[in-house]
Design a protein around this ligand. Structure first.
Ligand code: PTJ
Length: 251
């Protein structure tokens, strides 16, 4: 895919950059998305580019919450589509969720390109519904384009996974009474703080990690899943991530 040996110390990070660049070239990711990636990388560097144990715990809780959900949805923006298209489809299949293209900078062209991109990554084969084009519902309290969702998708979902979300929309979804799993590398971001389950990790690691936990928990009873969710301390998870960053122990 890229001409960098796997032994290169920054191999993963270079691969991730390449995917984002490619997303921009294909009209999937915005130039704003490049800036968001840069911000994310800075936090990832400080976290040691690894999944810290509190974030692994949060990923397991997220898996339990998704398995308990009646109508789970996974929100996909231009960065997520570029970075983890196949992994997002795998997660949706593992927890029986819909995926919904939901953009901060919504245009018809980008909506269609991202839906097509997800289909190319096997949604039909996996039996996963791709939503976002109906645009027949609104998130209250946001301006026109950012508020647009599908009634049968995020509109009526009880649990929503929002990777790399902006703070306003994360807060507005939480205000609708939805449980939110937020994946964000910045523990101080408003979206992480609005989350029922914040996962402070790179989306590249977090999405397959939730899927792994979901497979592991697939035989668990409802009571076990509920106990896993109940025992979770969101503020504790945010604090642990901030401590990891401040401690300066790079991986
Ligand atoms: O495709 P669109 O139009 O929906 O736009 C998507 C972006 C991401 C451009 C838009 O939502 C945006 O501008 O987001 P922000 O406000 O820049 O927030 C992005 C957040 O994601 C920041 O808190 C970053 O730390 C975080 N982030 C960036 N890259 C990653 C990440 N978190 C996890 N994994 C990453 N790879």
């Amino acid at each position: 895919e890229i001409d960098v040996p796997e032994s290169h110390p920054r191999y993963q990070s270079l691969l991730t950059r390449h995917r984002i660049e490619d997303g921009v070239d294909r009209g999937i990711t915005t130039r704003q998305g490049l800036i968001a990636e840069g911000r994310g990388e800075a936090f990832d560097y400080l976290l040691g580019e690894r999944t810290i144990s509190s974030s692994d715990d949060a990923a397991r809780v997220a898996a339990a919450l998704l398995l308990l959900a009646e109508r789970p949805a996974i929100s996909v923006n231009g960065n997520v589509a570029a970075l983890v298209p196949a992994e997002t489809v795998d997660l949706a299949a593992a927890v029986n969720a819909d995926v919904e293209v939901n953009l901060f900078n919504r245009t018809d062209d980008r909506m269609r390109s991202i839906v097509a991109h997800l289909r190319e990554h096997g949604t039909d084969e996996a039996g996963v519904a791709v939503r976002g084009l109906d645009a027949d519902a609104r998130i209250p309290g946001l301006d026109h384009e950012r508020a647009t969702v599908d009634a049968d998708g995020i509109g009526n979902a009880d649990v929503v996974v929002v990777p790399l979300e902006d703070g306003d929309r994360a807060a507005a979804l939480a205000a609708m009474g939805k449980a939110e799993v937020v994946i964000d590398l910045n523990p101080l971001s408003r979206s992480a703080q609005a989350a029922t389950v914040p996962i402070i990790d790179n989306v590249v690691r977090a999405v397959p990690n939730i899927t792994g936990h979901a497979r592991d928990l697939s035989g668990a009873s409802r009571a076990e899943l509920e106990a896993t969710v109940r025992g979770f301390d969101a503020d504790g998870a945010l604090g642990a991530a901030e401590d990891a960053i401040r401690s300066g122990e790079l991986g």
